[in-house]
Design a binder for this molecule. Structure first.
Ligand SMILES: *Cc1c(COP(=O)(O)O)cnc(C)c1O
Length: 389
């Protein structure tokens, strides 16, 4: 296994930084992992990847882990791309697909990022990690850290769904419940990481979770025979998923692996109870302001202050997409629509994307013949019941 990482790069100003060391942020902003794509292009045959194991590790040349012996895995299956013709017909886009991330270990796509970040933590000899989480990130971190024999501290807002608290405790993490939102938890984590020399796993505070989530984009390209869909709707909280998918598209373009010139339009979907990225998009800004009194049952979207806001907004704008917010009040209806049409239960974050798709059709921003992809980011069973008796 050859590692093709060439360097790290500050996202805010392009400063080149050496790889092979623990980093957090540069000028308070996230850092990219960069690869020698020219070397990969020469050495790796796109079609050879198809015969490799069906896990995210099949893209090893495009991943940052230098030594396979440090790989921390719970079996990160390639998640299915499922055609949704009946739901699509109802929404006026028959070529509708859902990529179902609920099949991953710990029941959410957070496993992709944590598999990669914890593997890198092990590579660097880290003994303890910490992060703030209001939803699925904590459980995924705790699970992979347990697997690696690394200690974990998770700081969670007091109203985090019980299932998310339980999965952290079950995996042996130290859980601290905090009176505040996820960014308040994040400040406490950052301070303690400096004091105790812990590895800070908070969203975009280290460069590797993006690389794990990037594999979603690589899988999408491969599953669509290297002709990515015209539209991808993504439930956007901290933004690593959307940023990762877009980074995958850029790297695949540089490698010459895509069959099409057209790129997917990236649609950042948020809840109108917490929509800092949408507000910045609509104002034509590159940076967002903290959303006060953030409230949504879609816990993965309850991120009031977004460190990678400019990375999300750049991706959305470069791709010709938009950011839009839908109200929580529609979540039960959109979930029921999808489940009754196709038998697939969506998490509340993805239900918001169904609402957004209806809105995009209404505004004429998605055409009937286009291929549209929704990402079901987590298992609905991890959330409190939507339908009271
Ligand atoms: C974390 C999370 C999101 C938001 O993902 P980001 O990549 O942080 O924007 C969406 N849905 C679910 C279920 C999540 O757990």
């Amino acid at each position: 296994m050859t590692c093709h990482v060439s360097h790290l790069e500050a996202a805010i100003d392009g400063t080149r930084l050496p790889a092979g060391q623990i980093v957090t942020v540069h000028e308070g902003r996230p850092i990219w992992v960069r690869y020698d794509l020219e070397a990969i292009r020469r050495r790796v045959d796109r079609n050879a990847i198809q015969s490799r194991e069906a896990t995210l590790w099949r893209y090893s040349e495009l991943l940052p882990l230098p030594d396979e012996s440090c790989r921390v895995s719970l079996g990160e299956v390639v998640t299915p791309r499922i055609a949704m013709p009946r739901l699509g017909e109802r929404l006026g886009v028959p070529n509708l697909f859902i990529k179902d991330e609920s099949r991953l270990p710990t029941g959410s796509f957070k496993s992709r990022g944590m598999a990669m970040a914890i593997s890198m933590a092990r590579h660097f000899g880290v003994s303890h990690v910490a992060l703030p989480s209001a939803g699925n990130a904590g459980g995924a971190a705790a699970a992979y850290a347990a697997r690696a024999g690394i200690g974990t501290t998770v700081m969670m807002p007091r109203d985090t769904p019980a299932a998310n608290v339980d999965e952290c405790r079950a995996a042996g993490a130290e859980v601290r419940m905090i009176d505040g939102l996820i960014d308040d938890c994040g400040k406490l984590v950052a301070a303690e990481c400096v004091e105790k020399n812990w590895f800070n796993l908070a969203t975009l505070r280290e460069p590797y979770r993006i690389e794990g989530k990037k594999t979603m984009g690589l899988e999408i390209a491969e599953q669509f025979d290297w002709r990515p869909p015209e539209v991808i709707l993504y439930p956007t909280g901290g933004g690593t998923g959307l940023i990762g998918i877009w980074k995958a598209m850029q790297e695949l373009t540089a490698l010459g692996w895509l069959e099409t010139k057209g790129m997917p339009r990236m649609i950042a979907c948020q809840s109108s109870g917490c929509a800092p990225v949408v507000r910045a998009f609509e104002a034509g800004e590159r940076f967002s302001k903290r959303w006060e009194n953030a409230a949504t049952i879609a816990s993965g979207l309850r991120v009031p202050a977004v460190l990678g806001d400019f990375m999300i907004l750049d991706a959305v704008r470069e791709s010709g997409g938009i950011a839009l917010a839908m109200a929580d009040s529609g979540i039960a209806e959109w979930t029921a629509l999808a489940a009754a049409s196709e038998g697939l239960m969506l998490c509340p974050e993805t239900a918001i994307c169904v609402g957004a798709l209806i809105e995009l059709r209404r505004r004429g921003l998605v055409q009937p013949e286009e291929r549209v992809l929704l990402i079901n980011t987590a298992a609905a069973s991890k959330y409190p019941p939507l339908f009271a008796e």
